[in-house]
Design a protein around this ligand. Structure first.
Ligand code: GH3
Ligand code: MG
Ligand code: MG
Length: 299
């Protein structure tokens, strides 16, 4: 596991690290609880926190609470509180503050290792559940809900000069593919397009039947349009193997670049209008919504 340990004493940190490192755990030790929290927030790989209750500047209880908020439902995080005062009040407060377990300090090697084995079983299960809840089973891309959450997070992370674009992709006349070749071949076409969307380095999701989203953090509308054009061309070049005859397809794409103060719904809506425009003006093209609502068609 990737474990953050927090304790005001370097001796305790050394003892605990000495127990965990030989077991193959990656240990990050902190005497400062605020630094530990920042590290934990920035490093998704961290899946366990062992904190003393006697930490500064953030108390151990507060750290448990804050760490729980950071992890939310997005990633597994097993929290073990540790105190030299092993009494019922401390135990209750720690568990109520988001800790999963409580150990006395300094912990015995055997006890700590056993508790971490339990933690490992639980976090592996949680990781699987989170992945299943976020993934579209046909394509392996994010599902609609998880994709929406990622947009919200990307908007939150945007600095004052940051760029973020959203591309919506919809297979053209997909119903005709299903009708001519059957639902299974339709599924293969969906998977093929999903594979192309996943190659562009953004956050890719399947929003519904044959409609996809590609979120491009750091890309403005011009850069996103270029990426979308490449994607459109790759989709046009796809050949889906089918029993009757190989299937060719095209996609229409709509783009919106996030503008200051805009909501996630607003961003989605503009990309959707652009996509609708791409459909209305001939399909197999990219339409880019400008923030002043002028639509630009390319391809
Ligand atoms: P347009 O160019 O305007 O997008 O036309 P279209 O035919 O692609 O769009 P329409 O919305 O009329 O049809 C989408 C079809 O996609 C209807 C539905 O039966 C089919 N569909 C939805 N989900 C799946 C799926 O998971 N697999 C398959 N094979 N078909 C699906
Ligand atoms: Mg379609
Ligand atoms: Mg559609």
């Amino acid at each position: 596991m990737h474990i953050v340990i927090v304790d005001p004493s370097r001796v305790v940190l050394k003892v605990v690290s000495g127990i965990l490192t030989p077991q193959g755990h990656k240990v990050y030790a902190f005497t400062d609880s605020r630094e530990a929290l920042v590290f934990l927030s920035d490093n998704e790989a961290v899946d366990a926190l062992i904190t003393s209750l006697e930490t500064t500047p953030i108390s151990g209880l507060e750290l448990c609470w804050q760490a729980r908020l950071v992890a939310e439902a997005r990633r597994p995080l097993y929290i073990i509180a540790m105190s030299s005062l092993h009494n019922v009040r401390n135990l209750g407060e720690a568990l109520d503050s988001g800790a999963d377990d409580f150990i006395s300090k300094p912990p015995s090697a055997e006890e700590l290792q056993a508790r971490l084995r339990a933690a490992q079983r639980l976090t592996a299960l949680q990781r699987d559940l989170i992945r299943m809840a976020e993934t579209d089973p046909l394509t392996g891309l994010l599902n609609r809900r998880a994709f929406g959450t990622r947009i919200g997070e990307a908007v939150e992370r945007l600095g004052p000069h940051g760029a973020l674009s959203l591309v919506l992709v919809d297979i053209d006349h997909f119903k005709a593919i299903n009708d001519a070749h059957g639902h299974d071949v339709g599924d293969l076409a969906i998977q093929a397009v999903a594979g192309e969307i996943a190659r562009d380095g953004g956050v890719a999701g399947r929003l519904g039947g044959e409609e996809f989203g590609l979120l491009l953090p750091g890309q403005d509308a011009i850069a996103a349009t270029e990426i979308a054009q490449g994607l459109r061309q790759r989709c046009q070049a796809l050949i889906v193997k089918a029993p009757r005859a190989p299937v060719r397809l095209t996609c229409s794409l709509g783009i919106s670049e996030w503008s200051e103060g805009e909501t996630v719904d607003g961003l989605m809506k503009r990309a959707d209008i652009a996509l609708y425009d791409a459909k209305a003006t001939g399909r197999n093209c990219v339409v880019t919504s400008r923030t002043d609502f002028v639509l630009a068609k390319t391809g």
